[in-house]
Design a protein around this ligand. Structure first.
Ligand SMILES: Cc1ncc(COP(=O)(O)O)c(C=O)c1O
Length: 490
């Protein structure tokens, strides 16, 4: 049989188009503002422009890159735009992107130590750096997962395993026991409830604990629920506290919650997906108070540590329980080495990308001081924005802003006396303001609802966001609110 040509791009093409793509990205990073932060895209409109079915013959790379620019880019919401201030505004950074590129290039699988020793050992080293920088206990073992949703699911599975109910062997059914229960605040991220669904615990067994006036879990209410459930024969499985809730970035009282977790013998998992990283900043270290007492904690470098999606870190105090929950070694994956970490034993996925590489790049390129400086800057920008909102007669701040997210709403002055009875109208008006601001392509915000009130969220987390962009955001918001205020009458 004739030898076949290698089935890949030539190195000459690879470097030529690689250079072209890097140059495109470099220009993009220099001027992301040349694109509207989000476009007015109709659902399905992108799909219509893309060929179907798949090409049967090879196509030139130059054409593929051109189509990327003309068909894909116009349909993007630009998370790299300095005026992207929705959800949790996240960005990558150039060194992390290079780390990602290398990781894709070498394409090792970090499932077993033996499968690529450096990938495993770098993960251990980098997560050790992060742990020490956060002053978390030395016994906390870290694992990188794709997302916080996975990290929390894995932590909650370990919590279930810690109960020694033989769920691993016998499953969740057939036990003559009341259900397992999860405790989290009504402001917890939906991933906690979803994990309860996946683990067979069930939504009805997620106790959503009320929050105080600053949207923090009410520890007294948590105690009452734990007592009631224990009395009624339920099996408390896991308490999930949040450091930086999604809607308002509130911080649950972890020290008090940790005491309850000890008293009732229930696993404490902390969701610090967004807020945990802020603990790197010395004056923000308080956000991790009590976390050293937790059984597990998740934080997402892909949210606020300048690495591209995906990268979520789960630390666990008793990794042997995590291992007990997940380890399953078929013959074809058995290895001889002892004293090594086989990361496949600590989670769901077997195939694991070499994500530690991009985190390593960030730590080394910026240094801890550089990272802290940038986090501090983001927080200071949000505080500035908050002070502008506070001093405007037609706006109000709706929640404390300990990090870099500000929750606020537009409240026309002459509606202020009747704001309770007019809540629905005010809600409508704020949704309209949001729609107008976002449609402008100058700024992208998101919203939430607090105690029935629609609230706009301005989130800062983008490496390219500077004070001038926050000033411009405030101008765009005010300009759009003024035309609405005129319409509803002064
Ligand atoms: C507090 C919190 N936890 C978990 C998540 C889920 O994160 P991921 O997208 O990594 O699953 C989010 C997402 O914003 C979050 O805000």
């Amino acid at each position: 049989m004739k030898t076949k040509e290698p089935f890949d791009m030539t190195n000459e093409e690879f470097t030529r188009y690689g250079d072209q793509i890097l140059e495109w990205l470099a220009a993009y990073f220099d001027h992301p503002e040349r694109f509207p932060v989000s476009g007015a895209i109709l659902p399905g409109s992108i799909k219509k422009t893309l060929p179907s079915p798949a090409p049967s013959k090879p196509e030139p790379m130059a054409q593929i890159i051109k189509d990327f620019e003309t068909l894909i880019v116009p349909g993007l919401t630009h998370w790299n735009h300095p005026s992207f201030m929705a959800y949790f505004a996240i960005t990558s950074s150039r060194p992390a992107i290079l780390g990602e590129l290398l990781s894709a290039g070498i394409n090792v699988n970090a499932m077993l130590w033996k499968a690529s020793p450096a990938a495993t050992e770098l993960e251990e080293v980098v997560l050790g750096w992060l742990r020490r920088a956060l002053d978390l206990p030395a016994g906390f073992q870290g694992t990188i997962h794709d997302t916080a949703s996975t990290s929390s699911l894995v932590a909650m599975a370990a919590a279930r395993e810690s109960l020694q109910l033989q769920v691993r062997e016998k499953g969740m059914t057939g036990r003559d026991l009341k259900p397992l229960t999860i405790y989290t605040s009504e402001h917890a991220h939906s991933s906690i409830e979803r994990a309860a669904i996946v683990l067979g615990i069930g939504q009805e067994n997620v106790r959503k604990i009320a929050v105080d006036h600053e949207f923090r879990m009410d520890a007294g209410e948590l105690r009452n629920m734990l007592q009631r459930d224990k009395r009624d024969g339920y099996i408390p499985c896991c308490i999930v506290a949040t450091v930086g809730t999604t809607s308002t970035t509130s911080v649950d009282p972890v020290p008090e919650i940790a005491r309850l977790s000890k008293e009732f013998g229930v696993w404490l998992h902390v969701d610090g997906a967004y807020g945990g990283i802020a603990g790197l900043v010395p004056e923000m270290r308080w956000v991790l108070d009590g976390c050293a007492e937790a059984d597990s904690i998740v934080m997402n470098p892909h949210k606020w540590l300048f690495v591209p999606i995906d990268c979520s870190v789960l630390y666990c105090r008793r990794p042997e329980i995590l291992r007990r929950a997940f380890t399953l070694v078929p013959e074809y994956l058995r290895t001889e080495e002892e004293q090594v970490t086989n990361y496949m034993d600590y989670g769901i996925a077997l195939g694991r990308r070499f994500r530690a590489l991009k985190l390593w790049m960030v730590f080394r390129y910026f240094g801890l001081e550089g990272i802290v400086d940038r986090l501090r800057y983001h927080i200071s920008l949000a505080q500035k924005f908050q002070s502008w909102v506070r001093s405007h007669p037609s706006f109000e701040v709706m929640a404390p802003a300990p990090f870099s997210v500000v929750c606020f709403r537009f409240l026309p002055q002459h509606w202020q006396k009747r704001s309770e009875v007019m809540m629905e109208l005010i809600n409508q008006l704020n949704l309209e303001l949001l729609e107008n601001v976002n449609r402008s392509g100058e700024l992208f915000l998101s919203h939430t609802k607090l105690n029935g009130r629609v609230v706009l969220r301005l989130a800062i987390g983008n490496l390219r966001t500077a004070e001038e962009h926050v000033q411009k955001a405030w101008e765009v918001i005010r300009r759009n609110s003024e035309s609405l205020e005129k319409r509803v009458g002064k």
